[in-house]
Design a protein around this ligand. Structure first.
Ligand code: SF4
Length: 359
């Protein structure tokens, strides 16, 4: 398990012997892609950002079903700090902000101790404002600047006009850990952290290669009578199929978005009811800036509340199907754009469960 391997900060020493441009080339050659969800090539991002005044380490993990950042903070925060050191050197950055989800503020003291002992850079820890949207890269900028954590229009992108109007590079905490690991001889680029929860005997975080089958994973975690898997709240869902390959490319073919938080669901559970909880989440967590996301998710939630008392009319179900397309099309950021992905795939793959709820 590479991400748990303790570091003696030798990787940073190796990186410092190479020029900033050389480090970026090495990261590019490694094939490392961001582990925050977007999967953007890290070396390319750094090339576009260099030189950056600021680096932001994003540890504002709030997606339901994802807890890998917490795992890193609990088990190997040193590796994240080493990755930051390497990134600061490569980007010639002057200051780093370590943006920590409010619920993870208990890790602040330990992080500060590591920073004091192991980093020569100015790294400040910022406690998040306590909402899901803060993890979006432009909302983070607003939050650190002391503004309301709403997203910004792009362009300009943070690498052009970021924090306090300066060039800024934003990387997820797992990505920064992997930056450090790139300097190890046995670096495995395909390794990712899976957060496993739901109806399983052994929930937790597993480091596995991208491209494993669902059969392999379900046996390893002890899935109990699996009917479906959900890719966190925003990635969609699929019926349980043993030969499903867990990779960005293969999951994209199903119309879903590969999220490394996998929630197993057994046959006793009701798929529309899970979709109602997910809609509640997006209704609570959207920042309210755009009407389709704010009002659309609210209307969806109202319609889900109807079925607690009676069945939907055909017209009501049609409104749900219309909103599934209307909300992402009119939304500015990833939260709104992905807020109906799971509902859409649930209706596609579990239509029989929705049909039972229509008059
Ligand atoms: S899509 Fe939703 S979360 Fe994103 S900016 Fe608009 S209202 Fe806010």
């Amino acid at each position: 398990m590479q991400i748990k391997r303790k570091t003696n900060f030798e990787n940073f020493k190796k990186a410092k012997k190479i020029s900033p441009g050389g480090v970026i080339k090495k990261i590019e050659k490694s094939g490392l892609c961001g582990r925050g969800g977007a999967n953007f090539p890290t070396g390319l991002k750094w090339k576009m950002c260099k030189p950056s005044k600021y680096l932001i380490c994003n540890a504002d993990e709030s997606e339901p079903g994802k807890f890998k950042d917490k795992f890193i903070l609990e088990n190997n925060p040193e590796l994240a700090i080493e990755g930051i050191n390497i990134a600061m050197h490569a980007l010639k950055a002057q200051q780093c902000f370590f943006y920590l989800r409010e619920e993870y503020s208990k890790f602040k003291t330990a992080l500060e101790k590591i920073i004091k002992e192991k980093s020569e850079y100015d790294i400040q820890i910022v406690i998040g404002a306590g909402s899901y949207i803060c993890g979006e890269e432009t909302a983070i900028l607003n939050s650190i600047e002391g503004l309301r954590a709403e997203t910004r229009h792009k362009p300009p992108y943070p690498n052009e006009f970021g924090l306090f109007g300066e060039k800024t590079c934003i990387n997820n905490i797992e990505t920064l850990c992997r930056v450090s690991l790139v300097f190890e001889d046995d670096y495995e680029n395909e390794n990712i952290l899976f957060s496993i929860s739901g109806d399983v005997q052994n929930p937790g975080v597993y480091e596995e290669k991208q491209g494993i089958t669902l059969k392999y994973l379900s046996e390893k975690v002890g899935a109990i009578d699996p009917k479906a898997i959900f890719f966190c709240a925003s990635g969609g869902c699929l019926p349980f199929q043993k030969d499903l390959i867990l990779s960005c490319k293969e999951i994209a073919k199903t119309g879903n978005f590969f999220q490394t938080g996998i929630i197993f669901v057994n046959h006793d559970r009701n798929i529309p009811d899970i979709c109602r909880s997910i809609t509640q989440f997006f209704n609570d967590e959207n920042c309210g800036k755009c009407l389709p996301c704010r009002e659309g998710n609210f209307r969806l939630l109202q319609l889900f509340q109807v079925i607690l008392e009676r069945k939907w009319t055909k017209e009501e179900f049609q409104i749900i199907e219309d909103l599934i397309d209307f909300i992402p099309n009119g939304s500015q950021c990833g939260l709104g754009k992905s807020s109906t992905t799971t509902l859409k795939s649930a209706i596609k793959y579990f239509k029989n469960e929705f049909d039972k709820l229509i008059e």
